[in-house]
Every structure is written in structure tokens, then in C-alpha cells.
Design a protein around this ligand. Structure first.
Ligand code: ATP
Ligand code: MG
Length: 217
């Protein structure tokens, strides 16, 4: 991030930019693993982690302060020069819609830049409920990270249909799935169960130091 808390000046030079959107409450190894895998497989110059301001798809209404979620992200990515944070969704303040984020990012980069929106297949299932999804599917390339081995014909069918119908640009990347979620981590903290090795050690320490997730799941 630069001193305005927005985009890395380094990132502006690259032209294959991965976008990892999420609440990151907290960031964990599932997020980091898909970001790294997408980066390796698609030769990305950079992956921007973009924490949501007000996420439209979350039923949970108590979300940890954006400052704390950013602190945790910072700790999690500090040793990876290809990873960076963009706070554009938090700065925007309103409900975060991916279409607005990508359009804003497009203004900061030159036209040859390609955006790769990285997401888990769980989130991709609901893509047609996203704001302006038809346009969204055209302006960014979608990278859907999916569980290895398991034959997922409904996902394949959905991808094929979206490609045909909307000329969408979707890539499927198979990964060994880490069954970790922020929800599980929050519940384990609340229940007094260890979270060691589910997320980076510094993030774990931060959670306990700041007494996060003690009262809600
Ligand atoms: P929550 O449990 O609060 O929903 P989460 O762990 O699912 O949190 P999100 O911030 O909702 O995290 O997800 C951000 C992105 O990361 C989504 O695209 C989601 O599909 C993906 N993701 C989250 N956990 C994993 C995982 N273990 N493996 C692969 N992708 C994941
Ligand atoms: Mg989720």
C-alpha cells in the first residue's frame, strides 16, 4: 500500500494482476494458498488482497473493524513480495460491489493490464446474484479455485453456460482443498479451541492479543 492506503506503486507496473476479494475476518491459509496457486499457475505479477467494506453477501452483521482486518492481512502477507493490499473497498465506505472495484482499479492501470479475479468455487456458485454480473464477467477474467479429484459437473456446466451466454472469461484451477474458513476459526476461538496452523502465526497472536472473536461466531 502507498501512504494513502491505496495501491502499491509497484503493482502499477505489472500487467497481470490477481484480485483476491474477501472479508478476511480473519485471513487464513485457505486464502493464502489459493492466491499463491493462482499466482503460480497464471504467472501473475501481483495479487491484491482487497478486504470488503460492507460485504453484500454476508449475513453476519458484526464484522471486525476494517483496521484490524487490514492489520491481520498485513501480517499475513509481509513475506511475500507479490502480495499486496488495496483498501479501495474500505475507503469507498458503501456496500462493496466487485464491478465498482474492478472499474476503479482499471483507472489506475494501463489498458494492457488484465485483472484476474480469484475466488473459491463456493463463492462462484452465486455469481449470478452479483451486481452487473454480465458486464463483470466480461471485464475481468475469473479464476475459480476448485477442489481437486472430486468431479464437479454442476460447476463445469455453470462455467460452460456462462462462457456461452455472456462470452465470459473463466478459468478453473484445481487445488487440493484446505478445509479452513474464517467462520471455523472464529468459532474455534470462541469455543477455546486451538487455531494454530490454520493461519499464519503472527495473525494468531494478533487475534489473542486483541481479544478478537471471543463473543461471536
Ligand atoms: P467466512 O467463513 O466468514 O465466509 P471465508 O473463510 O469463506 O470466510 P471469505 O472472506 O468469505 O472467507 O472468502 C474470500 C474468498 O476466499 C472467497 O472467494 C472464498 O471462496 C475463498 N476461500 C475461503 N476459504 C477458502 C478455502 N479454504 N479454500 C479455497 N478458497 C477459499
Ligand atoms: Mg465465505
Amino acid at each position: 500500500m502507498d501512504k494513502n492506503g491505496d495501491l502499491s506503486t509497484q503493482a502499477l507496473g505489472g500487467n497481470r494482476i490477481g484480485i483476491m476479494g474477501g472479508t478476511f475476518d480473519p485471513i487464513h491459509h485457505g486464502h493464502l494458498f489459493i492466491a499463491q496457486t493462482a499466482s503460480d499457475k497464471l504467472y501473475l505479477d501481483k495479487v491484491l488482497f482487497i478486504p470488503t467494506g460492507k460485504p453484500p453477501h454476508k449475513r453476519r452483521n458484526i464484522i471486525t473493524d476494517s483496521d484490524k482486518r487490514i492489520d491481520m492481512l498485513r501480517l499475513a502477507i509481509k513475506n511475500n513480495p507479490k502480495f499486496d493490499i488495496s483498501t479501495i473497498e474500505i475507503t469507498r465506505g458503501k456496500t462493496s460491489y466487485t464491478i465498482d472495484t474492478i472499474k476503479e482499479l482499471q483507472q489506475y492501470y494501463d489498458e494492457v493490464t488484465k485483472f484476474y479475479f480469484i475466488m473459491g468455487s463456493d463463492a462462484f456458485k452465486y455469481i449470478e446474484t452479483w451486481k452487473n454480473y454480465k458486464e463483470l464477467l466480461k471485464i475481468a477474467r475469473f479464476v475459480v479455485m476448485t477442489r481437486q479429484i472430486l468431479k464437479n459437473s454442476s460447476l463445469d456446466e455453470k462455467i460452460e453456460l456462462l462462457i456461452k451466454k455472456y462470452d465470459a472469461d473463466i478459468i478453473k484451477v484445481e487445488i487440493p482443498f484446505l478445509d479452513i474458513s474464517s467462520t471455523i476459526i472464529r468459532q474455534r476461538v470462541r469455543g477455546g479451541n486451538p487455531i494454530k496452523y490454520l493461519l499464519p502465526e503472527d495473525v494468531e497472536e494478533y487475534i489473542f492479543k486483541n481479544k478478537l472473536y471471543m463473543n461471536e461466531g
